[in-house]
Design a protein around this ligand. Structure first.
Ligand SMILES: C[S@@+](CC[C@H](N)C(=O)[O-])C[C@H]1O[C@@H](n2cnc3c(N)ncnc32)[C@H](O)[C@@H]1O
Ligand code: SF4
Ligand code: SF4
Length: 248
């Protein structure tokens, strides 16, 4: 069980596969953040990022320190464009770096920023807090062998993520409309996470993107129980469709 807070939708990259390009760029207010922390009474694993670059939030480190002071463990994922100081590396419990390729030209074409810059920041963090670092690579069909070799050589954990085939993600790519393999969602069966959008709206998962389309959990379950009635907030979700295929 964990809590994820979309503290910002601002971003300095344009990854072709990310719905960030469809969002208005804005930061969560301190008041909203504080309200969420007050609602989250028991200490939890707090993920401070949503569809945006978390380190762009002007109060990011104040938010981390405040959450740590309340007993939460705090984790984030960054695109690696902004350096973390030694104090910062130690403050966070987990730091993910999104890096899909080491190839500068491919990264640029995909909309990501320079991998060499991200690597510089990642390795600096890794030297200070090796156990906290993980690389998150999105598999969109690129050759992952060089990245795997790099991670192995430096002893850095690597997670390969599958592309989300959900309709709301398919802004710059298309997937075959996949058949639904199930109408049960693990995020709804037991409370797995609480996701707070940048405006404070609460959702049962991090895949909904449009806060105005979030339905109450019970209502989504009722829709799914009718099998051919998947609500728009869940259409083509990877939870329901299984394996994903991407065409760039
Ligand atoms: C939305 S980003 C936010 C944090 C930060 N901006 C970054 O890129 O790490 C969080 C993670 O979502 C992943 N992501 C973005 N678009 C995705 C998609 N269509 N399917 C699956 N994961 C995606 C990114 O690769 C990244 O690892
Ligand atoms: S994946 Fe991260 S860096 Fe890329 S556009 Fe989305 S929020 Fe920005
Ligand atoms: S969007 Fe996907 S993960 Fe979220 S509730 Fe719907 S089916 Fe479940």
């Amino acid at each position: 069980m964990f809590t994820q807070i979309e503290i910002t939708t601002a971003c300095n990259a344009k990854c072709f596969y990310c719905p960030n390009g469809t969002l208005e760029h804005k930061h969560m207010s301190w008041e909203c953040f504080e309200r969420i922390l007050q609602a989250e009474k028991s200490p939890t694993m707090l993920l401070l990022y949503g569809t945006g670059e978390p380190l762009l939030h002007p109060f990011f480190w104040e938010m981390v320190a405040h959450a740590k002071g309340k007993g939460h463990r705090v984790s984030t994922i960054t695109n690696g464009t902004i350096a973390l100081s030694a104090t910062h590396s130690v403050l966070l419990d987990h730091i993910g770096f999104s890096l899909d390729t080491l190839d500068e030209a491919l990264a640029k074409r995909s909309g990501r920023t320079s991998p060499s810059k991200a690597l510089k920041h990642l390795l600096a963090c890794h030297a200070l807090a090796p156990k906290k670092i993980k690389i998150y690579a999105l598999n969109y069909g690129q050759d992952l062998a060089p990245l795997k070799a790099f991670a192995q050589e430096h002893g850095i954990a690597l997670a390969i993520q599958q592309i989300q085939p959900k309709k709301s993600y398919q802004v710059h790519y298309t997937t075959e409309p996949l058949p639904y393999t199930t109408f049960q969602c693990s995020y709804l069966e037991n409370e797995k996470m609480r996701y707070y959008f940048v405006d404070g709206t609460k959702a049962p998962c991090c895949f909904m993107i449009d806060a105005t389309k979030v339905l109450p959990t019970k209502q989504i379950q009722q829709h799914l129980a009718q099998k051919n009635n998947v609500p728009s907030c869940c259409t083509q979700c990877g939870e329901l469709t299984g394996v994903k295929r991407l065409y760039m």
